[in-house]
Design a protein around this ligand. Structure first.
Ligand code: G16
Length: 542
């Protein structure tokens, strides 16, 4: 039986860079989840009788919200829901299932790399039929709907058993509980040369993959250990936990420090990698060398043809604006298009659908391709393994050869987390007010050649997205970018992205913070970071 329940709007359900993300207690307010889910359904048309894919990264509150979504989907008129066993689907696996089953869309429950637990983070995101995050047109409609909602509809039924694979009825709707790993693993087998990678592992190649007690554990065990023959135990922290074992499932040098330290030690395995809460981000570390996400994108694009799925070459490369320009020179050499988008994977969807880009990447540890419409952590790990298996060189040798060939983009991101929202907005407003007068001036000895607030004109659908990050470019090819994060859940996070291209062979081995010291100082002085935020140093440097 369908129940209509009166409700009142919340005024803070605006989706950010990637869906709605808040603390768990915030989501636990009366009808908070129901309002948002109903607003999603109310913003869509033509889904009666169609398929919805539902899954999450297994974090605290995942199971409860899945039950709500299933019952509300039944009340809304969906014909079928495909849900991962145990409520688990990695974000790229969900994208794949939406695409391969011609589903109408999907609801993915995750707060990505943010911590989980009763007082930590949760998130709800809607993906469209191409498997990718809803574009701004839809997220804006959802937000508008949350402001006027007055009732939600839910099917009155007992909870669905999420743990047994099989098909059940929920009123007029069918619920299929599916294996979360199988279809994804099969897709990876099609894209990559599994036999070459298996031979490499057979010859003693060693790796450490840190699943961070998040969603990729079962995927990585199956693919790396069972199918590719990596030594048992190569995948660590493989059991997904609702609180990720109390850690941040964020594969960066701060939260995956143990892996980093191991990879820098004399006993390092050949290859180290990690993924995040929902399996879309990646961290790549070779023995004795961390590969920045921006470099990884460039290297993967330059070598992608070594993998069967990309043997025919790439149509183009897309990167988010704050990502370094390393990939641009690869695109130039390959004679293919390069596209610069705002931060947010949703902006790649049109380029991928239109066949303009094959590989996409972001500085925030995301890389992916046209195989799905999300970034994909394990995909990046497997493409690296494929390249290593074919080239039979170390990660370090491959990266250093790339720098000699293309130059090196020294790159770092400084994050100031949980700062006062007004102070952060004031800092950005001040920067914007300075933009017009900056070109031709010097900051900390660096000559400004261009300054703007990035506006994206989507070449496929013509949509325009303004205020996507303040960038200041210097005449020596270095650059700084300022923007506020759209994924944080407390206060504001200021991100400062700093970059310099160096082609001089003698200067390719510098320490990153030293190589960028003058650009960092210029950013601090132009933005008045310590005066405005009270912070003298960033919280996280990646
Ligand atoms: C999301 C988006 C990414 C974006 C990242 C950081 O990733 O999908 O496109 O780069 O957030 O965004 P921000 O700088 O606004 O915090 P994820 O992995 O959190 O879903």
């Amino acid at each position: 039986m369908i129940k209509s329940v009166p409700t009142t709007p919340y005024d803070d359900q605006k989706p950010g860079t990637s869906g709605l993300r808040k603390k768990v207690p915030h989501f636990q307010q009366p009808n908070y989840v129901q309002n948002f889910v109903q607003a999603i359904f109310d913003s869509l048309e033509g889904f009666e009788g169609q398929t919805l894919v539902v899954g999450g990264d297994g974090r605290y509150f995942n199971r409860e919200v899945i039950q709500i979504v299933l019952k509300m989907a039944a009340a809304a008129g969906f014909g079928r829901v495909l849900v991962g066993q145990g409520g688990i689907l990695s974000t790229p696996a969900a994208s794949n299932i939406i695409r391969t089953t011609s589903a109408f869309g999907g609801i993915i429950l995750s707060a990505s790399h943010n911590p989980g637990g009763p007082n930590e983070d949760f998130g709800i995101k809607y993906n469209i039929s191409n498997g990718g995050p809803a574009p701004e047109k839809i997220t804006e409609a959802i937000y508008a709907r949350t402001k006027t909602i007055s009732e939600y509809r839910i099917f009155d039924a007992p909870d669905v058993d999420l743990d047994a694979i099989g098909t059940l009825a929920l009123g007029p709707m069918t619920v299929e509980v599916i294996d979360p790993v199988e279809a994804y693993a099969a897709l990876m087998e099609k894209l990559f040369n599994f036999s070459a990678i298996r031979t490499m592992f057979g010859n003693g190649f060693s790796m450490a993959f840190d699943a961070m007690h998040a969603v990729t554990g079962p995927y990585a065990k199956e693919i790396l250990e069972n199918r590719l023959g990596a030594a048992p135990g190569s995948v660590r922290n493989a059991v997904p936990l609702p609180d990720f074992g109390g850690h941040h499932p964020d594969p960066n040098l701060v939260h995956a420090k143990e892996l980093y330290d191991q990879m820098m030690s004399p006993a390092a395995p050949d290859f180290g990698a990690a993924s995040d809460g929902d399996g879309d981000r990646n961290l790549i570390i070779g023995r004795g060398i961390f590969v920045t996400p921006s470099d990884s994108l460039a290297l993967l694009a330059a070598n992608a043809q070594l993998a069967p799925g990309y043997a025919a070459g790439l149509a183009g490369i897309a990167r988010s604006m704050p990502t370094s320009a390393a990939a641009d020179r690869v695109a130039e050499k390959l004679g293919i298009g390069i596209y610069e988008t705002p931060t947010g994977w949703k902006f790649f969807g049109n380029l991928l659908d239109a066949g303009k880009a094959t590989i996409c990447g972001e500085e925030s540890a995301g890389t992916g391709s046209n195989h799905v419409r999300e970034k994909d952590g394990l995909w990046a790990v497997l493409l690296w393994l494929n390249i290593l298996a074919v080239r039979q060189e170390s990660v370090k040798d491959i990266v250093e050869a790339h720098w000699r060939n293309y130059g090196r983009n020294y790159y770092t991101r400084h994050d100031y987390e949980g700062i006062d929202t007004e102070a952060a907005n004031g800092l950005m407003a001040h920067l914007r007010s300075e933009l017009a007068s900056l070109p031709g001036t010097k900051i900390n000895g660096l000559f400004v050649s261009m300054a703007d607030d990035f506006t994206y004109h989507d070449p496929v659908d013509g949509s325009v997205s303004a205020q996507q990050g303040v960038r200041v470019v210097f005449d020596d090819g270095s650059r700084m970018v300022f923007r506020l994060s759209g994924t944080g859940t407390s206060g504001a996070t200021l991100r400062v992205y700093l970059e310099r291209l160096v082609t001089d062979e003698d200067k390719l081995g510098l320490e990153t913070q030293e190589a960028l010291a003058d650009v960092i100082a210029a950013a601090q002085s132009l933005a008045g970071i310590s005066e405005r935020t009270g912070r003298t140093a960033p919280d996280v440097i990646t």
